[in-house]
Design a binder for this molecule. Structure first.
Ligand code: ADP
Ligand code: MG
Length: 249
C-alpha cells in the first residue's frame, strides 16, 4: 500500500534470483505506482536486466514476490505467464524484430496471435502506432532497411500494440549510434507524458533526470538507494551511490 492507501501497480517484495552459485538479486524491494516512471541505474553486471526479466517472468525468481495488479506473478502457472505479454510490454537493447517479416507484419503478429485481433483491426492499430513513432511510411519495408533508431521505435510501437499496462525498457538506446539516441528517448518521453507506467534500465542520466519520478540505484544485489532524480544525482546518501555518481558525471 502507498501513503494514500492506493495499491501499487507492481509491488516487489524481497525478490531474490540465484544462478548456480551466483546470487544476483539478494532481496529487491520496491513499489511502482500507476503512471510512474522508474529509472534503474547501476554498474554493469549488477542485475538490472535480471530484475527486469523477473518483473515479467522471463526469468523465474528464486524467491520473493512480484505483486502485479494484486496478483503474485511468481505463483503463476506457465499458461498464465504466457499471457503476461499482453499486459507487460518489453523493449530490449537489441530490437528483436523478425527479419523475415515487414514492419507491419512484425507489429500485427502478437495482437493477432495473442489477442485474436482481426487482421483489419490489427492493421489499423499498427499503422496508428507507427504514425505515432513517426514511421508510418516504413510499414511495408523489412527491418534490415531500418536504421537502429527506427528499428527501436518500431520495437516500441510493436510492444504498445498490445496495449500494455506497463512498459519495461532494458537499455533501449545502448546499441544505437549516438545520433539516433535522441529520437528514441523522445518517443519514450512522450509515452511518459501520456501517463504510461515505465521501468527503464538506462545509462542515459539526462533522460533519468528529466523524466524519472524515481531513480533506483542497483549494486551488489540490492537497490542501494531510491530517490527523486534531483536528490539521487545531486545529493546521493549511500556511499556506493556516491561512488557510482562520481564516476559517471
Ligand atoms: P546488468 O543488466 O546489470 O548488466 P545482468 O542482470 O545481465 O546485469 O547480470 C547480472 C549477473 O547475472 C551477471 O553476473 C550475469 O552473468 C548473471 N546472469 C544473468 N543471466 C544469467 C543466466 N541466464 N544464467 C546465468 N547467469 C546469468
Ligand atoms: Mg543488462
Amino acid at each position: 500500500m502507498t501513503k494514500n492507501g492506493e495499491q501499487a501497480l507492481i509491488q516487489v517484495n524481497d525478490l531474490k534470483k540465484i544462478f548456480g552459485e551466483n546470487e544476483v538479486l539478494k532481496g529487491i524491494n520496491g513499489n511502482i505506482q500507476t503512471g510512474q516512471v522508474i529509472c534503474v541505474i547501476g554498474p554493469s553486471g549488477s542485475g538490472k536486466s535480471t530484475f527486469l526479466r523477473c518483473l515479467n517472468m522471463l526469468e523465474q525468481p528464486t524467491s520473493g514476490q512480484i505483486i502485479f495488479d494484486g496478483k503474485d506473478l511468481t505463483k503463476f502457472t506457465h499458461k498464465e505467464v504466457a499471457t503476461l505479454g499482453e499486459r507487460i510490454g518489453m523493449v530490449f537493447q537489441s530490437f528483436n524484430l523478425f527479419p523475415n517479416m515487414t514492419v507491419l507484419d512484425n507489429m500485427k503478429l502478437a495482437p493477432k496471435k495473442v489477442k485474436h485481433m482481426m487482421d483489419q483491426e490489427a492493421t489499423e492499430v499498427s499503422l496508428k502506432l507507427l504514425d505515432r513513432v513517426g514511421l508510418k511510411e516504413k510499414a511495408n519495408v523489412y527491418p534490415s532497411s531500418l536504421s537502429g533508431g527506427q528499428a527501436q521505435r518500431v520495437a516500441m510501437a510493436r510492444a504498445l500494440a498490445m496495449n500494455p499496462q506497463v512498459m519495461l525498457f532494458d537499455e533501449p538506446t545502448s546499441a544505437l549510434d549516438p545520433e539516433m539516441v535522441g529520437e528514441v528517448l523522445e518517443v519514450m518521453q512522450e509515452l511518459a507524458n501520456e501517463g504510461m507506467t515505465m521501468v527503464v534500465v538506462t545509462h542515459e542520466m539526462g533522460f533519468a533526470k528529466k523524466v524519472a519520478d524515481e531513480v533506483w540505484f542497483m549494486a551488489d544485489g540490492y537497490i542501494q538507494e531510491k530517490n527523486t532524480p534531483d536528490q539521487l544525482f545531486d545529493h546521493p546518501e549511500n556511499e556506493r551511490t556516491k561512488e557510482f555518481i562520481n564516476k559517471i558525471i
